[in-house]
Design a binder for this molecule. Structure first.
Ligand code: HPA
Length: 274
């Protein structure tokens, strides 16, 4: 099983290694409604997931399925334009497959983005929250099962999953750009239901500032594989006690689209110093 998985990852990495003409050290995962960043990239090669051996394919509206090699603000990057969610029915292995491939490609730093519901009463729709830490509420973990010691440790230390150094850089650049950044804890849940008012309240009491249906599995595997992580949530709806506004997927995408230019600005400014 481990052998088979490693062979699959190696096959994907080998295909991309012989195809790619640049050698990025930074990967970016685009969240729901945040695909517009891809239009800012000087594209060197855009590869449909279908073309990549062993790569999963994406099913959700608003999620394209291409891997983009290119330059953003002059910095070489590889972009996952369309991620895989657990709620789509994929296994955790599939959800985190791109991160395994990124590690195999020699990526050192990964930027994860997502749309999330805000529970901190100081948050507003359209805010950007720098993720300081997460709570894994998926009820499972992508590292369940036998461990492949060649890939990472059996019992990963999780005391600094989100790089303090990159959080500091984000605040410095945010200040320069006059962007008001929030910072907080992201709670990862399976979805696909949005939360009930009682769930928003419960998660808030547990210490989360925002909730969403991704990022945590990818962060776990990225950390396990030794990558430095920076992650952002775009707050697309609010689950604040006493004022839960019913969210729809369309509203989430719309709010994410509206806030996206801020996210793009911040990432572009950070990239040369990452
Ligand atoms: N809950 C869960 N996931 C989300 C939300 C939310 O309120 N908004 C965007 N993704």
């Amino acid at each position: 099983m481990l052998e088979e998985r490693r062979m699959k990852i190696n096959e994907t990495v080998a295909y991309l290694n012989q195809r790619k003409t640049i050698n990025p050290k930074i990967a970016i995962v685009l969240g729901s409604g945040l695909g517009g960043l891809a239009t800012r990239v000087d594209v060197v090669d855009e590869i449909d997931y279908h073309e990549i051996p062993n790569f999963p394919v994406s099913t959700v509206k608003g999620h394209k399925g291409t891997l983009i090699f290119g330059r953003l603000n002059g910095v070489e990057v590889v972009i996952l334009n369309g991620r895989f969610h657990y709620y789509e029915g994929y296994s955790m292995d599939v959800v985190t497959y791109p991160e395994q491939v990124f590690a195999g490609l020699g990526i050192k730093t990964i930027i994860l983005s997502n749309a999330a519901g805000g529970m901190n009463p100081t948050f507003q729709v359209g805010d950007i929250m720098v993720i300081r830490d997460h709570i894994n509420f998926f009820g499972t973990n992508p590292l369940m099962g036998p461990n492949d010691d060649e890939l990472g440790p059996r019992f990963p230390n999780m005391s600094e999953v989100y790089s303090h150094h990159l959080i500091k850089l984000a605040h410095e650049k945010g200040k320069q750009l006059n962007l008001h950044l929030q910072e907080g804890v992201y709670m990862g849940v399976t979805g696909p239901c949005f939360e009930t008012p009682a769930e928003y309240r419960a998660y808030s009491i547990l210490g989360a500032d925002a909730v969403g249906m991704s990022t945590v599995p990818e962060a776990i595997i990225s950390h396990y594989r030794g990558m430095e992580i920076f992650a952002l949530s775009v707050i697309t709806d609010l689950g604040v006690v006493g004022q839960v506004v019913p969210a729809s997927h369309e509203e989430v995408l719309e709010a994410a689209n509206a806030a996206e230019p801020k996210m793009v600005k911040l990432i572009c400014e950070m990239l040369p110093e990452m």
